[in-house]
Ligand binder design. Structure first.
Ligand code: SIN
Ligand code: CO
Length: 379
């Protein structure tokens, strides 16, 4: 199943992206849910999958974390089951991410899916990320406020909410409608009936994440061991003084590391790491190179596992936090560009033995596989 998103990206970027929220009616015409509530509940029972159940009871807000063993004690209303990174585990649902790749793979985070019963929701809150919330089955009322400073509080240790806000958007979303919410705009969604919502989230790193990520790289690669030198040390009036020129040289030492040739490989490695667990299942037994060639000659398509980040920067390709180069850049560009690669596209390339070796390595690492689960899940 592929999803057609009716959006004019240039207009959207100029008017709304990181600027203001918007509802796009029938962004997905004839929207068909790629997953059922039962399948979602099944995922929430898996150890590797991050899920939570948020409910509003007479005793206040409650949060339970998965994996869940059963859903027997649930009431008819006032709860919502939220499952993170469903694109990593459910190929048909992962297809919903494809249209949003227009905005770049590196900014994309995950697909969170929620199932809510009447009056179910996580309450009024803010997110740090841009999110596109797509309405699947059912109807849900979404209120979104302005990005004025707003107080946050925790009605439960695992729940951060905001005080009531005035809405600039207050609409009932129907299947196929979408609401885009930039970071910092308070919002709340309440289901009118049993409903499914798909949140395509975009993540932006903070300065402290970047700096600590770079520091980890400096340590791991044993960079930056050269020490400060001061062959022209100047005498000072007060022994306690750090001279401005000394502070400037120390700062230059630090920015010198950031501005070095190490920055690009670090950045690619850093940004290509997934924040959520990947469904990596290396084939057992491992593929031999001639088996890979045979499979392609038989027309098998190659599929990338959901959520794997394959990014390109300068002359490098980064896959899941690792840097790759190849004798044929076209090969890695193909792997980076397409979530599914037809055999015909790969066959001419693997005539080059070193590319066949590289491809076999990536398949044996569990990053790409033959066979299509997405089609099976469509039933
Ligand atoms: C949801 O309840 O489906 C979305 C939660 C959110 O607003 O981030
Ligand atoms: Co939110």
């Amino acid at each position: 199943m592929s999803f057609e998103l009716a959006i004019d990206w240039p207009t959207f970027l100029a008017t709304y992206w990181q600027k203001k929220p918007v509802v796009i009616r029938q962004a997905f015409a004839n929207f068909q849910d790629p997953i059922s509530p039962d399948e979602l509940a099944g995922l929430a029972m898996e150890n590797e999958v991050d899920s939570r159940l948020v409910s509003q009871t007479d005793a206040g807000w409650q949060v339970a974390h998965g994996p869940f063993t059963d859903f027997d004690h649930l009431t008819e209303s006032h709860w919502s089951l939220l499952v993170q990174a469903v694109n990593h585990w459910h190929p048909a649902a992962a297809e919903l991410m494809q249209p949003f790749r227009a905005l770049s793979d590196w900014r994309m985070d995950d697909l969170m899916i929620s199932f809510s019963v009447p009056d179910g929701g996580v309450g009024p809150h803010l997110d740090q990320y841009d999110v596109f919330i797509i309405q699947g089955a059912g109807r849900r009322r979404w209120r979104v406020g302005n990005n004025d400073v707003i107080a946050q509080h925790s009605p439960h240790p695992d729940l951060l909410q905001v005080t009531p806000f005035e809405a600039i958007i207050d609409e009932i979303l129907e299947p196929g409608d979408l609401v885009y919410i930039p970071p910092g705009f308070p919002h709340e969604g309440y289901s009118l009936e049993n409903s499914l919502n798909y949140s395509v989230g975009f993540r932006a790193p903070s300065g402290k994440e970047l700096l600590s990520g770079f520091a980890d790289y400096v340590l791991a690669q044993e960079l930056g061991s050269r020490r400060y030198e001061d062959p022209s040390l100047r005498l000072r009036d007060n022994a306690a003084t750090i001279l401005d020129e000394e502070a400037a040289r120390l700062r230059d030492m630090m920015s010198g590391l950031l501005n070095s040739e190490d920055f690009t490989p670090w950045l690619g490695e850093f940004l290509s790491q997934s924040r959520h667990e990947l469904d990596i299942a290396p084939p057992q037994p491992a593929y031999q190179e001639d088996e890979v060639r045979d499979a392609l000659e038989e027309g098998a398509a190659l599929h990338r596992i959901g959520g794997l980040k394959v990014l390109q920067l300068a002359s490098y390709t980064f896959i899941n936090g690792e840097r790759f180069s190849s004798p044929d850049p076209l090969f890695l560009s193909l792997l980076a560009d397409k979530a599914e690669i037809e055999a015909e596209q790969l066959l001419p390339l693997i005539e080059n033995n070193s590319l066949l070796t590289q491809l076999t390595g990536l398949i044996n690492a569990g990053y790409w596989h033959f066979g299509e689960e997405a089609e099976e899940d469509e039933e």
